[in-house]
Design a protein around this ligand. Structure first.
Ligand SMILES: Cc1cc2nc3c(=O)[nH]c(=O)nc-3n(C[C@H](O)[C@H](O)[C@H](O)COP(=O)(O)OP(=O)(O)OC[C@H]3O[C@@H](n4cnc5c(N)ncnc54)[C@H](O)[C@@H]3O)c2cc1C
Length: 389
């Protein structure tokens, strides 16, 4: 394993770090207080990020993106994780790799405007009756002439109130089970499509999570993304990269920022006439957090390196999803404890991390599901194959 990070990548990571700390972190308190990112601030963040070339960094350069590989993307996402979900979305975009399955005509209508930041996108898989079991969806796309008619209901769709179009999973061939699910590109302004209520969440202030209703929405043939019946496989491969970069790497970044805050607080807060950092039980919070963050970080980078070499990183990514998410949760809990009453108070910078961290163990596959996948990988392929680098 090569741990050398090229100078060019290091400079990019430094730029992202400076951008996050200077432009995004100062906006956090207002978003937490009001629950929204004002449109003029969202626009300003977006424009500054684009000017620095930091938008859609995951998309290949031939489509106008940044062309970063998985390791580079994880290093960048680690810095993004220092701030809030909504600020990351507006600054760096929701340009999911699943859009690379667009054909030439679809590219002009959906992928390229998304890369340019003119249109935004959400992925809509989950339904009230189908969460962990993503193959159990009830949304149906029925052939209609040369196109389709879409009927169904999705929920918890991140950033859905803001998005212009959605990648939606639907059953096209009910008798084919998981191989009967396809993906569709659905514009928000289609007759019969309603964006429902924003479902209030414990954390992630500023990001919407909405219900979607499709009532006999007419879709043209150009709305089918990828091959008919291959939708679940296609979207899961995108989600696998999301798990690694958006969850694994961001969790490492968030936990690192917390550790910085904890270390500062341990130096500055004095009780019994000395800094609380002099007390061994406080030191243990710092030391355990540092060790776990370092381990999670290596796991992220190792899985990314396997992906970049074209290897099968599925078991590793499930391990990362569980370990990085749970590390972030443990560090956030310790941060509250180390800050004492101030940690529980909304005036402190650490309180919101505690709430925001909780969902990392739930979305994009719960910890239980990913532990099951890790065990299945080991049982099916053996320890050596599952953990090969
Ligand atoms: C803030 C937020 C944002 C989200 N954003 C999106 C989005 O943009 N797009 C989208 O499509 N979805 C999104 N989701 C949905 C998310 O991915 C699901 O919530 C998640 O996959 C879990 O599904 P569920 O909530 O239905 O829980 P369930 O599947 O009902 O699980 C309930 C419990 O049962 C356990 N369980 C279920 N099956 C098993 C099993 N086989 N073995 C062991 N335990 C099991 C789970 O681990 C969990 O503890 C979002 C959710 C949240 C909370």
């Amino acid at each position: 394993m090569d741990f050398e990070i090229p100078d060019e990548t290091r400079m990019l990571v430094d730029t992202v770090r400076r951008f996050v700390d200077a432009e995004l972190v100062p906006l956090e308190a207002e978003v937490e207080r009001t629950g929204v990112l004002r449109p003029e601030l969202a626009r300003a963040v977006h424009e500054k990020s684009r000017a620095l070339g930091l938008y859609a960094m995951n998309i290949p350069t031939e489509h106008g993106g940044g062309g970063l590989d998985a390791v580079q993307m994880c290093l960048v996402e680690e810095q993004a994780g220092r701030t809030k979900d909504i600020l990351i979305r507006r600054a760096f975009g929701n340009v999911y790799e699943v859009l690379l399955a667009c054909d030439a005509a679809q590219r002009e209508r959906w992928l390229l405007p998304a890369v340019r930041g003119e249109r935004t996108c959400s992925i809509a898989i989950t339904e009230p009756g189908a969460g962990s079991d993503a193959a159990a969806i009830a949304t149906r796309a029925t052939p209609d002439g040369d196109g389709w008619r879409l009927t169904g209901h999705k929920h918890f769709i991140s950033d859905g109130a803001f998005s212009d179009f959605f990648v939606v999973s639907a059953v096209t061939d009910p008798e084919a089970g998981p191989r009967g699910i396809s993906l569709f590109l659905v514009d928000k302004d289609q007759p019969g499509f309603t964006v429902g209520r924003d479902q209030p969440m414990m954390g992630l202030a500023g990001t919407s999570h909405v219900e979607l209703y499709f009532d006999d929405v007419r879709l043209g043939p150009q709305c089918l993304l990828g091959e008919r019946g291959r939708g679940l496989r296609l979207v899961l491969s995108t989600i696998s990269r999301i798990r690694l970069a958006h969850i694994g790497a961001r969790a490492v970044g968030a936990a690192t920022r917390l550790l910085e805050l904890m270390t500062e607080q341990a130096r500055e807060r004095r009780q019994f006439g000395q800094p609380i950092g002099d007390f061994q039980m406080v030191q243990q919070h710092l030391a355990d957090s540092a060790m776990e963050i370092a381990a999670a970080r290596l796991m992220v980078l190792e899985a990314a390196a396997v992906l970049d070499r074209g290897g099968d990183a599925r078991t590793r990514i499930s391990m990362v999803k569980v370990y990085a998410a749970e590390t972030y949760g443990r560090v956030a809990d310790r941060a509250i404890q180390l800050y004492g009453g101030m940690g529980y108070c909304k005036d402190s910078p650490v309180e919101r991390f505690y709430r925001d961290s909780r969902v990392y163990r739930i979305y994009d596959g719960t910890s239980e599901i990913h532990r099951t996948l890790v065990a299945r990988g080991l049982l099916a392929h053996g320890v050596g194959a599952a953990l090969a680098v």
